[in-house]
Design a protein around this ligand. Structure first.
Ligand code: SF4
Length: 361
């Protein structure tokens, strides 16, 4: 099997074309068909002769991800896809639609970057099974392209406007493929998704946060924070034992210094764990003076984790304390709650086993 065509940068594809005895300009045509229009077969590429597909067939692989299952929310149109990868592994991807009155509508795809995850966050059942493998760039980009392809069958004008790397896996642990996927999705001859419309979410891999600041200063960084106290965060996000809060916050300060970009802190409110008024005051103190906003997420009640949501009144009080302290706060809009797609926790039953595919909260 050849290189995944969806994971090849234009220059790489040019090299492949030249090596196959084809003129360089064929690479540009093929790239556009694949990356902009989501072509899934050589005969879909109208201005590309069949001989090009034949010449490249051994070198590159054009197989699309296979959508094994799609669920559509009846309340807000959120779609959850279960994709099968070439080796039979599966990942989940979510499309969230936001209607806007003034600006154009937003269509955000939440992609997975790994099969499973090694990070073991307490609220996340993806981590329960450990890491299976990293995704290749073509498999990450392929999630966006396949969703675009499918939705365009109903709506030919459909465009993916935003991508969040928040599905299964820790994106900064698959750094090479992440950067390649960002670059491909940003390419003006492809999806042309602005850097600022892409969000990388991490549980706090400090050295990689600084790498990202240098390599891709325009993407949006989201950090799964979940507590302002090390003893609590150690339990919720075990990576905190390697990179405790002080190191993480130092990295955030450097990140902002380098990029001048606002950081989003994700904070899942868990009853009796991190949602008291004192937790809110600690959080306000921790983030004081930082260019940031805090995204509060009522944690999804997942049976395996045993975690519960606070009441709405407790959530409101938590938000009020932060706001009064001058912190910018938002409460994440719930999407696809009827298909368990909200707040990054996606659940699925497959082959009789309870399988939870999850993203960061
Ligand atoms: S929340 Fe994210 S980083 Fe943590 S275990 Fe789950 S997938 Fe991994």
């Amino acid at each position: 099997m050849g290189l995944s065509l969806r994971g090849l940068r234009l220059e790489e594809l040019q090299d492949v074309c030249v090596a196959a005895g084809l003129p360089k300009f064929r690479a540009g045509q093929v790239f556009e068909w694949v990356q902009a229009k989501g072509a899934g077969a050589w005969d879909e590429m109208k201005n590309v002769p069949a001989s090009v597909g034949e010449a490249l067939a051994g070198a590159v692989d054009l197989t699309s991800l296979e959508a094994l299952k799609t669920q559509v929310s009846r309340t807000d149109g959120t779609r959850k896809y279960l994709f099968r990868l070439g080796d039979g592994q599966t990942v989940e991807t979510v499309l969230m639609l936001y209607e806007r009155k003034v600006a154009r509508d937003r269509a955000t795809v939440c992609v997975s970057t790994q099969v499973g995850c090694a990070m073991g966050c307490a609220f996340c059942a993806t981590g329960l099974g450990g890491l299976v493998r990293n995704l290749e760039a073509g498999e990450i980009v392929g999630q966006v392209l396949e969703i675009m392809r499918q939705v365009r069958q109903e709506d030919p004008e459909f465009r993916v406007t935003n991508v969040v790397f928040m599905g299964m896996g820790e994106p900064l642990q698959n750094y090479g493929s992440l950067l390649a996927a960002i670059s491909l999705l940003n390419n003006p001859k492809g999806q042309n998704i602005g850097m600022r419309r892409m969000t990388v979410s991490t549980c706090g891999i400090v050295p990689r946060i600084l790498d990202l600041a240098r390599d891709n200063p325009q993407v949006t960084l989201a950090i799964s924070l979940h507590s302002a106290r090390d003893e609590v965060r150690d339990r919720l996000v075990p990576m905190n034992r390697h990179y405790p809060l002080q190191e993480l916050m130092d990295a955030c300060r450097k990140y902002i210094e380098i990029t001048n970009r606002r950081i989003t802190f994700e904070y899942a409110l868990v009853k009796g764990v991190n949602s008291s008024p004192q937790d809110a005051r600690d959080l306000a103190r921790l983030t004081e003076g930082l260019l940031c906003n805090i995204n509060l997420i009522p944690v999804n009640a997942v049976r395996e984790t045993g975690l519960e949501r606070p009441t709405e009144a407790e959530n409101a009080e938590f938000a009020r304390i932060l706001t009064e302290a001058g912190v910018e706060v938002s409460l994440r809009e719930e999407k696809g709650s009827d298909i368990d797609a909200a707040c990054g926790q996606l659940r699925k039953r497959q082959g009789g086993e309870f399988l939870v595919l999850n993203g960061k909260v």
